[in-house]
Design a protein around this ligand. Structure first.
Ligand code: HEC
Ligand code: HEC
Ligand code: HEC
Ligand code: HEC
Length: 400
């Protein structure tokens, strides 16, 4: 390592990392060789440098900093991880024609040495290739879009206007479906059609998520019917909408705390066919105007509940989970796990998408990446690219 370099060294003890205890499915002999990268001698590293200049530098540069799109930085990368990656390319476990070609004539010993060499170089100060601006998270976008709805539906989806529905207590899936029906004209309402005209699928999903996560409260409107009579009539509705109007199925709307006038209008629309739904049409044929008002009064008086919709995970919340393996701010202190800090954002994004789509295998990473949305992948890639890389000096301890 260069003298007087500005990089911070973390000292990690490569304890209990003896052969066999690997995170992935590598063989015991690979694991053992991978750990040899930690005890490489200056001679080994000098050999590694020669190999790097002859076989790697034309793509990875002599400094190991990824200077072309999607070219990973390998300088300062953890030594055992580098070695294990090379073995994965050699075996085809990781598919890349360039890499396979580049190492096909290299012995195991050569792979160990070239890994030790690149691991000892200074990592990139800042990620080459720049970092694209963070994509706004779904909840923020949803909140922004919901501003246009607040005049009618209330700022947090609790209506104060008779005839206009509250949007709280409803599952995001139902809200998306309802908005889609207005857009397509299946559900006829000119106001709503106009309101949603400029929202694409993503904006609709985001605004639905925003309302689904608001605190439920009863509509701030009055009901006219007889709630006690409505309760008796509601017995035939409870199987789908819940006994107190809190539905447990995402596709069936909750009715608890909904504006009574809207409920009557909805039941009327099912009855006269202006809102088409076979299930509901069958349920309302026998209801007259008084019965509808009574049902509406009963449901309006019930306490709405939040649907079971999980709050999205923020980039920093995700990163806290990733850091359990990849180290503080992506500075791994396990020599087998890749450092993510200051890696190229485009390469990180590509790698995560490969795990997500099963084009790159890893029992640790595939389940992790499957839980990420495309936007979360992009934001995590940008996040790690912006973290400061710290080199690690591994102190191997003798196996017990
Ligand atoms: C022809 C260009 C080329 C040459 C030569 C080449 N590489 Fe690569 N290398 C790549 C590309 C492209 C990738 C990214 C492949 C992928 O996404 O899996 C890569 C990936 C890697 C990785 C994985 C990095 C990571 O973070 O997972 C390592 C390690 C690596 N190369 C080391 C080497 C070494 C050591 C040599 C020389 C023995 C070498 N490469 C020669 C193009 C090259
Ligand atoms: C000008 C008033 C107005 C504005 C602004 C408005 N809406 Fe509506 N919205 C209504 C009315 C009225 C209905 C009931 C229409 C019907 O009977 O089908 C409704 C119904 C809905 C429903 C169906 C609820 C259910 O229980 O099925 C959803 C979802 C909805 N609006 C979402 C939105 C969103 C999202 C926005 C903002 C982008 C918005 N609305 C803006 C008046 C408005
Ligand atoms: C077999 C299941 C089922 C039963 C029983 C049922 N519903 Fe429904 N209900 C639904 C489904 C599904 C929807 C959503 C239909 C749509 O998308 O228009 C719905 C929609 C509604 C809506 C519109 C809510 C909104 O936010 O726009 C009202 C009001 C309603 N039902 C009232 C009732 C009442 C009152 C009864 C009893 C008389 C009843 N339902 C019985 C399944 C049922
Ligand atoms: C249980 C431990 C674990 C967790 C948690 C974890 N990773 Fe990983 N990660 C690994 C391992 C092991 C590898 C190496 C897999 C391989 O060889 O392909 C890896 C590889 C990667 C790579 C490829 C690096 C390269 O240079 O090619 C990226 C990118 C990555 N992880 C990002 C993440 C992100 C983002 C998260 C959080 C959403 C995360 N990881 C959570 C263990 C973990």
């Amino acid at each position: 390592m260069k003298q007087g370099s500005m990089k911070t060294l973390l000292i990690a003890a490569a304890l209990a990392l003896s052969a066999g205890g690997t995170a992935t499915a590598q063989s015991a002999s690979d694991a053992e060789s991978a750990m040899r990268t930690l005890t490489a001698t200056p001679m080994d590293i000098a050999d590694g440098k020669q190999l790097a200049n002859a076989s790697c530098a034309r793509c990875h540069g002599a400094d190991g900093i990824g200077s072309a799109p999607f070219m990973p930085s390998i300088a300062g990368q953890r030594p055992a991880y580098l070695y294990l990656s090379l073995k994965d390319y050699a075996s085809g476990a990781r598919a890349d024609a360039n890499m396979r070609e580049a190492i096909k004539f290299l012995s195991d010993d050569a792979l160990m040495k070239v890994s030790a060499y690149y691991a000892g170089l200074d990592p990139a100060e800042t990620a080459p290739g720049g970092v694209p601006p963070a994509r706004p998270d779904a909840l923020q976008s949803g909140q922004k879009a919901a501003a246009a709805c607040s005049g009618c539906h209330g700022a947090t989806g609790v209506t104060a206007i008779p005839g206009i529905p509250s949007l709280i207590g409803l599952d995001a899936k139902y809200l998306v479906e309802a908005m889609g029906d207005y857009k397509s004209g299946k559900r006829k309402n000119d106001t709503m059609k106009a309101m949603l005209a400029s929202l694409n699928d993503k904006a609709i999903a985001d605004v639905a998520l925003f309302f689904a996560l608001q605190t439920p409260a009863r509509a701030k409107t009055n009901a006219q019917g007889n709630a006690a009579a409505g309760k008796a009539a509601a017995a035939s509705c409870g199987g789908c909408h819940g006994e107190t109007g809190v539905s447990s199925s995402p596709a069936t709307p909750s009715l608890a705390g909904q504006d009574a006038q809207y409920l009557v209008a909805a039941l009327t629309a099912y009855k006269d066919g202006t809102r088409s739904n076979d299930t509901m049409k069958g349920m309302v044929v026998a209801l007259n105007a008084t019965a509808m008002k009574n049902l509406a009064a009963f449901y309006a008086a019930q306490q709405p509940k939040a649907p079971n919709v999980p709050k999205p995970v923020s980039t920093s919340e995700w990163a806290a989970r990733c850091n359990r393996c990849h180290g503080f701010n992506g500075n791994s202190t396990d020599p087998r796990l890749p450092m993510l800090a200051s890696q190229r954002a485009d390469y990180l994004q590509k790698s995560l998408m490969e795990y997500r789509e099963h084009r790159r295998t890893s029992s640790a990473m595939v389940p992790m990446a499957e839980g990420l949305t495309v936007d979360e992948v992009a934001n995590l890639a940008g996040y790690y690219a912006q973290q400061k890389a710290r080199a690690v000096l591994f102190v191997p301890l003798p196996a017990k």
